[in-house]
Write a protein that binds this ligand. Sequence first.
Ligand SMILES: Nc1ncnc2c1ncn2[C@@H]1O[C@H](COP(=O)(O)OP(=O)(O)OP(=O)(O)O)[C@@H](O)[C@H]1O
Ligand SMILES: [Mg+2]
Length: 352
Amino acid sequence: MPHSPSSDPATPGGPAPGPVALSVEGLGVTVSSGRLTAVRDVSFTVARGEAVGLVGESGSGKTLICRSVLGLLPPGCAVSEGEIALAGETLTGRSRREWERVRGTRVGAVFQDPASYLNPSLTVGRQLAEVLRVKLGLDRPRAGERAVELFAAVGLHDPAEVARRHPHELSGGMLQRVLIAIAVACAPDLLVADEATTALDVVVQAEVLELLARMRAEHDLALLLVSHDLAVIAEVCDRVLVAYAGELVEDGPAERVLTEPLHPYTEALLRVATVGDWERRELEVIPGAPPEVGARLPGCRFADRCAFAAPECLSGPVPLRETADGRRVRCVRSEEIDLSRAGARGTREVAV
Ligand SMILES: Nc1ncnc2c1ncn2[C@@H]1O[C@H](COP(=O)(O)OP(=O)(O)OP(=O)(O)O)[C@@H](O)[C@H]1O
Ligand SMILES: [Mg+2]
């Protein structure tokens, strides 16, 4: 089902949205040199100033979606279908050079392992100053000064001293702040944060999340935030996208999706979040495994793990359809099933 990028990305009753910062329409991503489709039919928008969370179990395609938006897919992976537009400018099919122009100026990125995105042999101040010189055309002295200002703005104490250090001389939290400073240096419309706080301890994680929230408010930044931690998503995000086996299965206001899910997979994911440790819990709460990457299935990709699966779930591709109150769900039975009974009943009891 086409989801018009120009359509209102607001949550019903929520704050008025800004203009669309990111629009993804019918995105398909192949891996293994085009042999397998790992992401399919992904459509969503993020408005200026809006924070959208992307959740789903390991391998559901979150990183491939983020990297597509950044024009940074790994070798062997490619956008095979659909369109990506930043601030209305379509970028799919553009050259590497054009993506390089866009990265930093239109869209910034923060990942889980900041050290691997920095050059170990250059001071962090020099690296930020280079970005400012290349992307904004600042001269060397001004770029150096601006780098220190930006380090101060992301809460690094003694920013002039930090600027003189190499990446290995900084802690994980400090490195993540450096990366955020680089990501927002050229005032992008959108920041993509893929598990950006996962490797940090709880206190530093909270500080970095607070920083992201502040950057968003100060710069009217749109945020696409991937996290396996639903508490983080609940705290930061206005809207949540739920991915399963390379597709989006649900999209809606965070407080609604996280308390009254519409898709049986989202409901299971929420139950996972209430017990034990993540990797083990997932298997306990949702029996079975997601389909193999690229598997061609007759209907719903979650059907063989779903307590509510019925013959109609397998009768054809399931579209991500809009509900009466403006949410979206990829389930043909969402109106007739009672998700509150899923946990009590055991996941497989009523399966076909
Ligand atoms: N470079 C690659 N080559 C081949 N397959 C890949 C590659 N990157 C991802 N995939 C496959 O695509 C699927 C989606 O991967 P992706 O990294 O986007 O998942 P994810 O949701 O980010 O998972 P995680 O929560 O573990 O980070 C996975 O099944 C993975 O095996
Ligand atoms: Mg990932």
